[in-house]
Write a protein that binds this ligand. Structure first.
Ligand SMILES: [Zn+2]
Length: 434
């Protein structure tokens, strides 16, 4: 045994448990023995280290299923001129002309370090692949996938942000990225000039997924409504996935335009997505920031209705998407912050709803990125977990407690210790999470 987490409180199990870890894998989850006078004498087992969680909540490592690591932290270089999606793509396209391996690597490391300290143990990164930036983002992320191997699993998506047909040369670059080891093929289904080209974009992405044996993860339907049919392709994708037998291998990010459909049409679409096992990943920080920009009154939220995804049985995660750039000038790569935002905008409250939102960042996201079979706090799963500085499982999203310990494959990779001193009365009272 390498590590033993005693007196851990799981969000879905009554009482406290001890979680034993060896060789990076969870080897036992057993009910904690009541504290006794012998405990102090017993101390740490000879062959491992003991962390006394003291009733604190322990969750599996958080999974950031959709993050643009290569474009993070650009907001100080140039902001979005008009707050729209078109403005964000335009200004970022200009900034990309100046990207070098070094500048992308520096910003990527900064945001990945932030993610790890905030309890994230897996990131699916979507670096741009296009004739402007070439393979700089993919090259850097493939390097960081090795560099971060001990602290974070990194999946690299080859993402054609500028379109495929619209940006000649992109298809060859996508193939090169996949040959070089990219884990996932991305897509930007709406960024083509015609609906026919958007359909061809989807088919090309799915062709590449089949040819290289990788999953597909596409940006889709990112608009306030479906008046432009290029932003109403989720159903087309679902049908294509079924036709190809690719169920469970495709995820869609954003999917905001569906929110403007009548309820019956939404339900029918979500049923098609569920039947095709196409996952949906709302990206509320970006969706809210760029959505509704042209609404003069009744400004739309532009976030996919999460409760309806749950009701339809659609596999769902949520994610940060961007951290401080023209698409999203906010964020700290903190999945608990984004979860609270999603709960607030989605009319999701109370212990049951909040637990389901949190599960979107853990088991839901693990399914979306294809690691569900080795994920969770259970025997045989990877020992990726987070000890939170709270004993209240219902308060995880409300309080967004410090991540006291972040554990990757059985090794503590980040710690947060904070002392708050409250000097209201004498004597001074010390509150500490250590
Ligand atoms: Zn994105």
């Amino acid at each position: 045994m390498d590590l033993l987490f005693r007196n851990a409180r799981l969000v879905d199990t009554p009482g406290l448990v001890d979680v034993a870890v060896a060789d990076g894998v969870i080897t036992a989850v057993t009910a904690s023995a009541p504290a006794s006078a012998d405990d102090a004498l017993r101390g740490a087992p000879a062959d491992g280290e003991v962390v006394d969680c003291a009733g604190r909540v322990v969750v599996p490592g958080l999974v950031e299923a959709h993050l643009h690591v290569d474009k993070a932290l650009l907001d100080r270089e140039r902001p979005n001129p008009d707050g729209t999606l078109a403005g964000a793509i335009s200004v970022t396209g200009e900034l990309k002309r100046g990207f070098t391996h070094e500048t992308v690597r520096d910003r990527a490391r900064a945001v990945l370090d932030q993610a790890v300290t905030n309890g994230t143990t897996l990131v699916r990164a979507h670096p741009d692949v296009d004739p402007i930036v070439g393979l700089i983002g993919v090259d850097v992320l493939l390097g960081l996938r090795d560099e971060y191997r001990d602290v974070l699993d990194l999946q690299v998506v080859a993402f054609p942000q500028e379109g495929i047909r619209k940006a000649p040369g992109t298809l060859g670059l996508l193939r090169e990225a996949l040959r070089n080891g990219a884990d996932v093929i991305g897509g930007c289904t709406y960024n083509e000039l015609t609906l026919a080209d958007c359909h061809a974009h989807v088919e090309t992405v799915l062709d590449l997924a089949e040819e290289f044996g990788v999953p597909a993860d596409m940006h889709a339907d990112f608009a306030d409504d479906t008046s432009d049919p290029r932003y109403a392709l989720a159903g087309y994708v679902a049908d294509a996935v079924v036709a190809r037998g690719m169920q469970g291998r495709v995820a869609l990010g954003h999917v905001t335009s569906v929110a403007s459909l009548p309820a019956a049409e939404r339900a029918a679409l979500f049923a098609r997505l569920a039947a095709a096992d196409v996952a949906v990943v709302p990206l509320p920080a970006t969706d809210l920031h760029l959505g509704g920009r042209r609404d003069d009154a009744d400004v739309r939220r532009g976030v996919v209705p999460v409760r309806e995804l749950w009701a339809a049985g659609v596999t769902a995660a949520y994610s940060s998407n961007n951290v401080r750039n023209a698409f999203t000038p906010f964020g700290n790569a903190d999945m608990l912050d984004i979860g609270l935002l999603l709960a607030q905008v989605g009319h999701l409250s109370g212990p049951d709803d909040l637990a389901r939102v949190l599960a979107m960042a853990t088991t839901g996201a693990a399914r979306v990125v294809g690691v569900g079979d080795r994920y969770g706090i259970r025997v045989g799963a990877d020992a990726d977990l987070v000890v939170l500085s709270t004993t209240d499982p219902t308060g995880v999203l409300l309080d967004r407690p410090d991540r006291a310990f972040v554990v990757k494959r059985g090794r503590i990779v980040a710690r947060t210790v904070r002392t708050i001193t409250l000097s209201r009365n004498t004597p001074t009272k010390e509150l500490s999470n250590a």
